[in-house]
Every structure is written in C-alpha cells, then in structure tokens.
Design a protein around this ligand. Structure first.
Ligand SMILES: Cc1cc2nc3c(=O)[nH]c(=O)nc-3n(C[C@H](O)[C@H](O)[C@H](O)COP(=O)(O)OP(=O)(O)OC[C@H]3O[C@@H](n4cnc5c(N)ncnc54)[C@H](O)[C@@H]3O)c2cc1C
Length: 425
C-alpha cells in the first residue's frame, strides 16, 4: 500500500488510523509517523483528554517500566502473553523505553525494587513528552472522537465510523482501545473475525475478615509466601519472596497482587471466594520453624513467647498468631508443648485465610482477556485474520503484574505495530 502524501486534499483519509489515545496508541502513532514522515497518521481518542490512564498511573507518578533487562526474566512477569512477548522484548525492552524518554528530555530514576519513574514524580512529564513527540512527528490527535465501527474494504483499506456519523478512510488501522471491560474494542475485533477472551480483572487485593489481622492495617511482612489452590482445578499458585501488606480490607502487597494476576480467571470463576495460605516466614517449612523454636528453648528459655517475635514478623502480628495458636500470654520458650509448637508453626507457615471478595488495587490495575494472541503476528502486531489491521496494548489478552510491566508491554507492542504499519506492502 502506498502511503499518502501528508498534503493530500482528502482530509478524511489517513494512512494509519489509531483507535485509542493511550500509551500503546501514542507509541504506535509516533513510531509510524517517525518511520514514514510522509504518512498521514491520526489518533482518535473517545475521551476528552488523551493518556488518561498515564495521568492516574502509579499513584500520579507513572511507573513507566521496570529495570529488568533480560527478556527471559521479563516475560515471567506476564501471567498472560509471556511466550508471545519474548521476541518483541528482544526488539524493544525496558532499556529502549528508558532511553526513548530520557533522550526526549524526561530524566528517569529506578527505585530499589526496580520500578522506574520520572525524576519529577509526576505523570504529566510523560504525557507532555508523548504529546510533544506526536506533534513533532506530525501526528494529528482528535479527542472526544470515539470509534464506533471499523469495516475492512474488499479492495483493501478500512472505513472507520465515528460516533456522530462521521466516517474516515484508513489505509491501515491500529486498535489500541485498552482493556476489554470497555467492550467496544472487543466488539470491533470480534466483528472483524477475531477470537476475544472474556475480560476479567487482574491485580486486585483480597477482602478478608479475620481477627488475626483486624486493625493491623499498614503492617507488612517483607518476605512472605502466598499459596492458593482451587477446588476442581489443577492450578496451584505459589508466589514467594515478596511482601504482604495488611489493609483495612484484608491483604494486599506485591505477593497478593501477583497471586491475583496468576489466578485472575479462576478467582472470577469462584466469585472471589477461596482460601489462601500465607507463610509469614518466607520459604521456611514447618521443620525449619520448629528448629528455630528449639533454638529459642536453649538460647532464651525464660522469655515469654508472645513478646519475642521471630522471623522478622512485626510484633503486633506475632502476638495475634501466638494467640491463634492458643499459646498463653505467660508461656515461655522452655515450656512450649510439642502440640502448641506445631499449632504455632502452622499459624506462621501455613496461615489459612478465607477470601470473601476483592477490591481493586488503587495504584495499578488491568484486565486480563482481550484479542486472542493466536490471531496476531507478534513480529508486526498485525492481525492474522485481516491484513492491515494491527493491535497493541491492553486490548490484547496480555497483562503483567504490578511494577511497570503493563506499560512496558503497551510501549513494546505499540512501537512494533507502528513501525510495521509504516512499511508499505
Ligand atoms: C489506576 C491505574 C494505575 C495504573 N498504573 C500503572 C503503572 O504505574 N504502571 C504500569 O505499567 N501500568 C499501570 N496501569 C496499567 C496501565 O495503565 C495499562 O496497562 C495501560 O494504560 C494500557 O495501555 P493501552 O494504551 O493499551 O490502554 P489505555 O491506556 O487504556 O488507552 C486506551 C485508550 O483508548 C480510548 N478508547 C477506548 N475505546 C475507544 C474508542 N472506541 N474510540 C476511541 N478511543 C477509545 C480510551 O479512552 C483510552 O484513552 C495502571 C492502570 C490503572 C487503572
């Protein structure tokens, strides 16, 4: 397909129409316009402002990406899409994203846990950079302009119907309408012959009503392990070596959020009612926990157990767990009966909670589900069903855990889609 001259008199015809002005849409549009400077590229955004999610992301700071530079390690952070993303991450990974923003005047910083933010701690820096780059590349941006339908023409190219009745002609279309809770992107893809997996929330916290954690909000255990099994399913999720945070709702923190992402479909299937086991002592099993008790019997025999927290467990949580094991307030290490030791080891290493609902994580949440990855060629992000139609970002059945991974997949797939759309053919 020949790319039109930008000066074309037809102001309703574009070489590339990008449906959705979010992270993936902007990266795609900029990549296309920079690779093919004569191409007419338009971003159509249904909302009044572009990049709405970037604005609120990361608590207003925008966690742009994650400092994980090995594609093999990186894909492990994607419960859905990991196999398909390995090639794309070799071509455009977090280092490329960081370089892209920094060379365009947005200094970035990497926090201790690997999350990358603008030094300004303000998501507006990212928005300003993307809108400036789009403008400099000659991309047209239309807001309050929602795409209602996309039809593939038998002779090639597309008709794009907008709300209000306006129609545009497009040589190619990039669909970046975001998570498919908003059905429109899914409906367009489905109507064009693609399989779409149903939407399910990912990255949520667990609602738990339990006296062992009641009133302990704000308290966290840095190195915990969370396990969950679902009746009638082979899926057994274990997330270790990550923090668990007590909230006024129940439990949150990276270990819980990662568990929610891994089990997003199954948890939706059981209406968010299931049981989890928390090991507050990290990877230690019952034998290792009891061995520590035995050391305490020798090294601090007269110390009251309730006042002698172990395994870096915060004192207030330790007290609750000791009480739940029915170890009296006066009980000392030297007096700890074998039965009580086992009960305490269970509270510490296999602390079972009944989850009764979910609440969204306020800093970052995403939807799993979307366009079936088998219907997309990940070398170009082009549909395998309709030539000239590309997909990027959360409209695909790809989602990552918390920490900047969701934006990274949006940047990567957007970049590849835009670059491929710029090529004639
Ligand atoms: C509160 C919150 C905080 C987050 N924080 C982070 C974070 O710090 N780091 C991270 O990696 N991820 C974060 N995420 C996830 C991240 O925002 C998404 O994964 C990412 O925005 C997906 O990019 P996208 O371009 O595919 O979709 P979106 O950013 O959702 O963009 C899609 C755009 O398409 C528009 N649109 C939809 N339908 C139409 C239509 N029919 N016509 C025209 N336009 C349409 C929408 O209005 C939207 O602007 C956060 C998410 C939330 C909700």
């Amino acid at each position: 397909m020949e790319l039109n001259d930008r000066e074309s008199p037809m102001n309703n015809a574009f070489d590339l129409v990008v449906a959705g002005g979010g992270a993936a849409g902007f990266f795609g549009a900029i990549a296309c316009a920079e690779a093919a400077p004569r191409a007419r590229v338009v971003i159509l955004e249904g909302a009044r402002e572009v990049l709405g999610k970037v604005k609120i992301s990361g608590g207003g700071r925008c966690n742009v990406t994650h400092a994980c530079f090995d594609p093999r390690e990186l894909i492990a952070r994607y419960p859905r899409g990991s196999q398909q993303l390995i090639g794309p991450f070799h071509r455009w990974g977090p280092a490329d994203t960081m370089d892209w923003f920094e060379t365009r005047g947005v200094p970035l910083k990497t926090e201790g846990d690997g999350r990358v933010f603008p030094v300004s701690d303000d998501s507006q820096s990212i928005i300003d950079c993307l809108t400036r780059a789009a403008r400099d590349a000659g991309v047209t941006v239309r807001t309050s302009t929602a795409v209602e339908d996309v039809t593939a023409n038998p002779e090639g190219g597309f008709d794009v119907a907008l709300t209000g009745g306006e129609r545009l002609r497009a040589g190619k279309v990039l669909l970046t309408t975001g998570g498919t809770r908003n059905r429109i992107g899914a409906d367009i893809a489905e109507k064009l012959g693609h399989r779409v997996l149903p939407a399910a929330p990912s990255l949520f916290t667990f609602k738990i009503d339990d006296p062992r954690i009641e009133g302990l909000q704000g308290l966290s255990v840095a190195n915990a392990r969370v396990g969950v099994a679902f009746p009638g399913s082979d899926l057994h999720i274990v997330i270790g070596g990550a923090p668990v945070l007590v909230t006024h709702w129940g439990l949150s923190g990276p270990a819980i959020l990662r568990t929610s992402a891994e089990g997003a479909r199954e948890m939706q299937g059981c209406d968010y009612r299931f049981e989890i086991d928390v090991n507050w002592c990290g990877e230690r099993d019952e034998k290792a926990i009891i061995a520590e008790f035995d050391r305490c019997r020798v090294e601090s025999p007269r110390r009251a157990i309730v006042n002698d927290p172990r395994f870096d467990i915060p004192a207030r949580l330790w007290k609750r767990l000791v009480a739940a094991a029915a170890a009296g307030e006066d009980l000392r290490w030297a007096q700890l009966p074998r039965e009580t030791a086992r009960a305490l080891a269970q509270q510490l290493g296999e602390c079972r909670f009944a989850v009764d609902g979910k609440s969204m994580n306020k800093d970052e949440f995403v939807t799993c589900g979307g366009v079936h990855l088998g219907d997309v060629n990940f070398k170009t992000m082009e549909s395998r069903v309709v030539a000239g139609l590309h997909f990027a970002g959360e409209v695909l059945d790809i989602d990552g855990v918390t920490g900047g991974f969701n934006f990274q997949s949006a940047w990567t797939t957007g970049k590849i889609a835009g670059g491929a759309a710029a090529e004639s053919g």
